[in-house]
Design a binder for this molecule. Sequence first.
Ligand SMILES: [Zn+2]
Length: 302
Amino acid sequence: MLGWEAVAPQTPADAATTYLRPCGYAPISDTWQGHRNRGSAEPGTDYAVPRGTPVWAATSGVIVDRKDTPSTATGRYLALRADDGNYLRYLHLDASTVRVGTRVERGALIAYSGASGFDSDTGYGAHVHVSLWIGGSPNQLGFKNTVDFENHVIDTNPSQPSTSEDPVPTHQSTTYAWNTVIPANSWIPVRVGANENYVAVIGPGRRETGEAVVNLRASGVTSALQIRLVAETLTSAGTVAQAIPQPTAEIPRTTSSDGITHAQYVMPYALAGPARMYVHVRSVGGSSRIEEVTIKKNYWPS
Ligand SMILES: [Zn+2]
């Protein structure tokens, strides 16, 4: 993406009213004008949503900037250069799911909302801040010279249900207090509910495409936790035909005083039934206690 800012925008879409709100019909906790009135350095619209809410791309374009630390007033953010020449930033995120250089379509999952800023995951109340610049980047136009994003969304009345046909995935979130010590250096299936290991079970002839976000709250981690998804294809008799481990993430133990390690793993997946999928965890160097397991899925069944 180097050098793209030197290119003059083709057709600034000053009258665009087709953008999607980041999280659907969430309440607005602070308007663009409200930001202006209090002298905001980057006026935008704040949508009040719980941390971990999926954030959708307002329009199609390319991810051009991303910050993964909660530092400064922005916290973690993601920037989208729209195909129409406009530029958007999403601030205070928990996590972004797309890399710089990724092309995204309108309505694509790009991040999970948060409250990040000022070196903390909870530097603010939970919300998404959306900034919009018309026809150029903030470096070209000035960070303060935003416009009101709400004037550019497809439906300016947040209380109305959507009439668009956007392919919004099914969102599923479960939290389970596992409270189990796992031994050192062995792959252990993660319990995601009482007597439940599977995060997806797909019947014959069915498909499921999506993204799984695994959050483990652990204590007493010696060195690190490793996490991976394992997909199993099944025979018609229901026995395992093949187990296919997905790439492993390794999360080092926390250095914070409460001793709690928050381990997160994000992985897209596509399964064709009969198949199922579970989460594996491995405690590196010594045992660990997994206190709580949260699984979030955004998926399209078919
Ligand atoms: Zn804001």
